[in-house]
Design a protein around this ligand. Structure first.
Ligand SMILES: NC(=O)c1ccc[n+]([C@@H]2O[C@H](COP(=O)([O-])OP(=O)(O)OC[C@H]3O[C@@H](n4cnc5c(N)ncnc54)[C@H](O)[C@@H]3O)[C@@H](O)[C@H]2O)c1
Length: 424
């Protein structure tokens, strides 16, 4: 292992490493499935000598993934998948104690964000690991020659999978990518329970707003939106959902939420959170009718869900009133509070998902990397689902780690389920 001083990196302050170590250890305690995979990887070394560039939120959970990949023999470098989501102490610890090159500083500007991504690509990866598909996009647009060396990639989030499918459809995707997000043991738990809880955490940490009795608007009733609406209701909020998909809207209605278009919700909401993966979901016409003091935030992947340039152009002034809270004063005297620059609020103002849910997401990431190496040269240049047996294995291991036992099919039941002739 090279000395920390020899490790390529751009982190805020290496002196923060002790605190980062505590956080990484704390997260590790709740990541039992990843621990098992790490033990297996350290015996079997499935990623031996493989160069990997990972563009993920640099958090304590991601650190445990990076350590697992390294244990499996990979040569890993890490850069941030969002300018505001890095935990600087964790980044410092990975460099100092694990000699893992990290390029990430919380609050970095857009240019630095892309410089860091380029630094991760200088590693000439054989596997890319993305959260939002910025790494693969940068590789395919600015470093095309590097695609030749890539065995495959993995993608963590809904928005990234959508972008990758668009690339595959247009024939520009140059290597196979596994859609980790689409594993049941990822989106059903991480997006729903992880985003649900941590988004509330982010909103409350930076505002200290009382949710009980507030009108809480959730834009988008997908996996994240369902979790968020459920948790906001649990805190006593009057939750209103906005949607564009009739089935999802119907589901929200039957789950007991009021559903209405954003132009109506905008007039009554106290707290707004967008989780759609779409752009300009809250826009000028909505700011025009919002109540004085409305709080607006986003937990979707990119900071385009709220039309911040429109809000800026409608404002006479703005000031930072608390950390991660920017108050925009409108020409008519109303004030609107934007949280975390419109970036995913659970990572900007809180700590992202709890480790025990990232355990499953990152178990899937590690196993997907192993799968890519095992199937090197056999996969096409398209987006693949996580293999079903991998998904079931992660669920089984998670249940075991929680000491939850379930029933097994009896031979008679197996026969019954496999036959079509038995009716009454
Ligand atoms: N904050 C986090 O940590 C975190 C975690 C996981 C996913 N994400 C991101 O959150 C976003 C949502 O992910 P998901 O898994 O819930 O996706 P999803 O596809 O399950 O749900 C998105 C929902 O938004 C709806 N929608 C689209 N445009 C809309 C609009 N204009 N108004 C209202 N609703 C609209 C869609 O109909 C859909 O039901 C993505 O960008 C994803 O990458 C964030």
């Amino acid at each position: 292992m090279p000395a920390a001083s020899e490790v390529r990196c751009d982190v805020k302050n290496i002196g923060l490493a002790d605190m980062g170590r505590n956080r990484i250890d704390w997260a590790n305690q709740s990541m039992k499935v990843l621990q098992l995979i790490r033990q297996e990887f350290s015996r079997t070394k499935p990623l031996k000598g493989i160069r990997m560039s990972a563009c993920l939120h640099v958090t304590s959970e991601t650190a445990n993934l990076a350590i697992t990949l390294r244990e499996g023999g990979a040569d890993v470098v890490l850069c941030a998948s969002n300018p505001l989501s890095t935990q600087d102490d964790v980044a410092a610890c990975l460099v100092r104690d694990y000699s893992i090159p990290v390029f990430a500083i919380k609050g970095e500007d857009n240019d630095t964000y892309y410089q860091h991504m380029n630094a991760a690509l200088d590693h000439n990866p054989q596997i890319t690991m993305d959260d939002g598909a910025d790494l693969v996009t940068t590789l395919l647009t600015k470093h095309q020659a590097k695609a030749e060396n890539v065995i495959g990639g993995t993608e963590e989030t809904t928005t990234g999978v959508i972008r990758l499918r668009a690339m595959a459809k247009q024939g520009v995707l140059r290597y196979p990518v596994i859609a980790v997000n689409d594993a049941m043991t990822k989106h059903m738990f991480d997006n729903r329970y992880g985003t649900g809880q941590s988004t509330i955490d982010g909103v409350v940490r930076c505002t200290n707003v009382l949710l009980a009795g507030s009108k809480f608007i959730v834009a988008g009733y997908g996996w994240c939106g369902r979790g968020l609406a459920m948790r906001a209701r649990g805190m006593g909020a009057d939750v209103i959902v906005t949607e564009i998909d009739p089935t999802r809207a119907l589901e929200a209605v039957m789950d007991g939420f009021r559903v209405m278009p954003m132009h109506e919700a905008a007039k009554i909401g106290d707290v707004f959170v967008t989780v759609t993966g779409n752009k300009n979901v809250i826009a000028r016409q909505h700011f025009e009718v919002m109540k004085d003091g409305a709080i607006i935030s986003n937990s979707g992947h990119f900071n385009v869900e709220i039309d911040i340039p429109a809000l800026d152009s409608m404002s006479v002034s703005k000031r930072t009133t608390r950390e991660f809270v920017e108050e925009f004063s409108l020409k008519d005297g109303r004030k609107i509070n934007l949280l975390g620059e419109g970036r995913l609020i659970n990572l900007a103002a809180a700590e992202g998902h709890p480790a025990s849910v990232m355990d499953m997401s990152f178990a899937n990431q590690a196993l997907a990397a192993e799968y890519l190496v095992k199937n090197r040269g056999k996969l096409e240049k398209r987006v693949y689902p996580v293999p079903e047996d991998q998904d079931r294995r992660v669920a089984k291991l998670k249940l075991e780690s929680m000491a939850v036992n379930i029933d097994k099919l009896t031979p008679q039941q197996e026969e019954y389920l496999a036959s079509w002739s038995e009716g009454t």
